[in-house]
Design a protein around this ligand. Structure first.
Ligand code: GLV
Length: 338
């Protein structure tokens, strides 16, 4: 009997301990290890290329992934015993959800822990581009002459300006609250009417938040900020026509996905003065940036760091790892992608 009990215990421990978890990109491994004790964890210190990912996926029980991993149908088709993909990001446009579903793989992401931080960064871009801080700092660092001058480096003001938000999910709503706090009136475009009570509660002096169609949003906004997921519907939602529809004095902020904007059309619009400027954290062909943007004074360029605050990244790692642990132990994931 003792032998049987011992065997059972060994078997249980074995099945808990021996899940093979592939971490496809640099990760906060102390956090990941804390949440996934006793498992075989491979990677986490470098970006796996397509070949390395393909080599590992065949033997993986779980993947802890990053937003540039090519988890297309071909890649997912190589999985033999994969149970869960723990995407460590809010977005998951790199994952073929249909293929994952067909293969019986649960896909999870990390909403709910990064929206305030990402909205902080989006609002940083908004402030930087409207107040020309990048341009002004470059001026100072270049040793160019300056003195306090009533007419020097004039930017746009925010009080009473209109902030147009495309996609009022968690990040869009957090951005809208920041806009309201700075005295901006918020309009938004989204597939469904949203509860805007928290936005309207921020500032008694702003107008009630309104849902509008895309044309009205583009025509009326002083700043257009993108917070939608990248889907077939939102790919190039900001294209030549959209840029044409914006005010010449308006700014574009993108912290969503690069491909939501037609980057070539944006460059043309910036060059010809169709819009006043852009603040970009994401690019169409990341990490490559259209060369022309690098020389323009009226753009602010960041290297996709929307959620890159240490406590936020720790919370994301923890949630992604917890999702994996739950699915491996037969429980529902905390934040599955539905
Ligand atoms: C970052 O872009 C994310 O999707 O979390």
């Amino acid at each position: 009997m003792w032998a049987t009990l011992l065997l059972q215990r060994v078997v249980v421990t074995y099945s808990n301990a021996m899940a093979r978890i592939i971490v496809t990109a640099p990760q906060l491994m102390s956090v990941v290890n804390e949440e996934l004790p006793g498992h075989e964890i491979v990677g986490g210190d470098h970006f796996m290329d397509r070949q390395e990912l393909a080599d590992h996926i065949a033997t993986a029980d779980a993947l802890l992934t990053s937003l540039s991993d090519p988890l297309d149908a071909e890649m997912i088709g190589k999985a033999a015993k994969l149970k869960v993909i723990g995407q460590c990001a809010a977005g998951f446009n790199n994952i073929d959800l249909g293929a994952a579903k067909q293969a019986g793989v649960v896909v999870t992401a990390t909403p709910g822990v990064l929206h305030e931080t990402t909205a902080d960064l989006a609002f940083t871009l908004l402030l930087e581009v409207t107040r020309r801080t990048g341009e002004a700092e470059r001026w100072v660092r270049a040793g160019k002459a300056w003195r306090y001058d009533h007419t020097f480096m004039l930017g746009a003001g925010l009080q009473g300006a209109t902030l147009g938000i495309i996609g009022l999910g968690q990040i869009g709503e957090a951005m809208a609250r920041r806009g309201a706090a700075f005295g901006m009136n918020v309009i938004y475009n989204a597939r469904h009417q949203k509860n805007v009570a928290a936005i309207d509660a921020v500032n008694p002096n702003t107008q009630p938040t309104r849902r509008v169609d895309l044309d009205e949003l583009l025509a009326a906004s002083d700043v257009v900020s993108l917070h939608c997921p990248l889907t077939e519907e939102t790919r190039h939602i900001i294209d030549e026509n959209a840029l044409n529809a914006m005010k010449k004095t308006a700014y574009l902020v993108n912290t969503a996905r690069g491909a939501c904007v037609d980057e070539a059309a944006l460059v043309k619009a910036l060059k010809t003065g169709l819009i006043a400027g852009a603040g970009l954290d994401v690019f169409e062909d990341e990490p490559t940036i259209t060369e022309d943007l690098l020389t323009m004074e009226n753009v602010v360029l960041l290297p996709h760091i929307g959620s890159a605050a240490l406590p936020t990244r720790e919370a994301m790692s923890r949630l992604a790892a917890r999702n994996i642990a739950k699915v491996l132990s037969g429980e529902p994931a905390e934040t599955p992608v539905e």
